[in-house]
Design a protein around this ligand. Sequence first.
Ligand SMILES: *Cc1c(COP(=O)(O)O)cnc(C)c1O
Length: 402
Amino acid sequence: MERKNIFYAGEQTKAVHAGEFPDPSTKASAPNIVMSTTFVVDSDTGFSVEGMDENDAWVYTRWGNPTIRQLENKLAAIEDAETAIAFASGMSAIVTLLFHLLKTGDHAVISDVAYAALAEISNEMIPGLGIKITKVNTSDIEAVAAAVQANTKLIYIETPCNPILRLTDIAAVAAIAHNAGAKLAVDSTFATPIATRPLQLGADFVIHSLTKYLGGHGDALGGVLLGAKRELVSIRKKTSIRFGGTISPFNAWLIIRGMATLPLRMRVHQENALKIAEYLEQNNKIRRVIYPGLPSHPQYELAKRQMKNFSGILTFQVKDKRDVQKIAERLQIIHYAVSLGHHRSLIFYLNSDDLLQTSFKFVSPAQYDSWNAFAGEGIFRFSAGLENAEDLITDLEQALGD
Ligand SMILES: *Cc1c(COP(=O)(O)O)cnc(C)c1O
């Protein structure tokens, strides 16, 4: 029987069905995992990726694989992107994009607070290749415009940014980038496609760490780069296949499975994060709570405009430094661990002095002021999981007790 095209109108339908189809030979309803690294090919198959086309037969898994393709198709559908390339990790997606776009003599503007590994490679390793980097607070649109130079090829932002949850106006920065003939890349890991669609706001590339909300269960590393076919076909052939940061088909399969419930999970992540943020905001041991869904967030208006869901991550500062260790040691349900976006709640303390020494290098007093406004001496980054909010609050309550 001919399979009818499914009309993928709704987000939940896309999350469940996009990229998937019953196996043609077995009629299995769930996707297969194709673990094979190599494929039996016709005798006239060439050993070069140059002429490779998306619809060609499979050759070698680093070039492409049926299970990885299913993940890429699901990701492209849910982000409303033309196409996607999946990677072994979020960092692999980021590094591939940066090395593809930037050549010696080029300049890039990068958010002064961003994922630590990106911040660290852009402090020394990338400038060491003769590529100039300017780090700016990208929430400050005038600072972004002032940082652009004649040779600027890329503006790179994260919104909300890890770890301080400062937001950047994507449409405003896209206009600056395109005026300058530069591309805009947005790391949308914290927002997810359920909250924000950067491509529709003018971004050229979107990046997610699939390790976080998209996989959603803390058991598979992965990354993705999304954007226009014209650009991504070239990135795949010239850079990603050669760099080799290929995701394991097994991880791709786990992430396909995790993504089916993404829209449902994001609703509960948001609901739990808001309840916890409100609880902490009225607790007299807490100095400051930052959550895009709280009216007290300094950019609440932008959050409402740019985010359809406020996601599940909040930060808080304690008044008494001794409470830092107490909370870390006493929590029972909430895991004291790095990472975020899992079904389990995770919390981790980030000390400002440490981060400003190792990862974030500020040059202006305004940059320090902005950091202090969002993070003070240090923050707990809390990723609200899918447990009952009341249990999470009870756990925090006992950890904060005397
Ligand atoms: C985790 C994270 C990354 C890196 O992803 P990995 O999968 O750990 O390589 C990049 N950006 C943001 C915002 C992240 O939270």
